[in-house]
Ligand binder design. Sequence first.
Ligand code: GTP
Length: 172
Amino acid sequence: MRVLVTGGVRSGKSRHAESLLVGESAVRYVAPGPVRDDADWQERIAAHRARRPASWTTVETGDLAGALATDEAVLVDCLGTWLTRLVDDAGMWDATMPDLAAYVDGAVDRGVEALSVAGGTVVLVTNEVGMGVVPEHRSGRVFRDLLGSVNQRFGAACDEVHLVVAGRVLRL
Ligand SMILES: Nc1nc2c(ncn2[C@@H]2O[C@H](COP(=O)(O)OP(=O)(O)OP(=O)(O)O)[C@@H](O)[C@H]2O)c(=O)[nH]1
């Protein structure tokens, strides 16, 4: 079973994603975003860790395909931060859109392939962006476009896509 969970910031999508894995004996929690050390972020992370069952393991890595290569159930939170880290690490925010799209597509290919052979339940969390005003800065516009495509690719590779709004879940 592969599920993509999408929604806005603080929509309740992480909690919903976690609830889909209740009953799994072992879960690999994958945090694929950039390493950040500001106090606000550390507080958020601490709250997440406190609510995870003791039997879950945490993997902090940008290597999505590698993190999916397991027979354990996997929760990836989230594809938005994964994308940010992917482009950050490659130093590609100023690259042309075709170059960026091709680079991200290659990484998505590897992720989708790993997803297709993963041994257990996989839940991927992502962000629903692009429903508001056009971002003022180019990096915001680029991120919005790329993440839309990433979501479509992973959505197509999943059995189900769930949209979370105001804590309510709509199965698409
Ligand atoms: N590095 C790291 N990140 C973590 C860990 N646990 C959670 N996170 C990150 O915390 C982020 C989620 O933070 P939230 O504040 O709950 O997200 P949100 O989008 O505002 O809210 P929801 O929609 O309710 O999930 C995700 O990017 C996770 O990867 C951890 O142990 N380590």
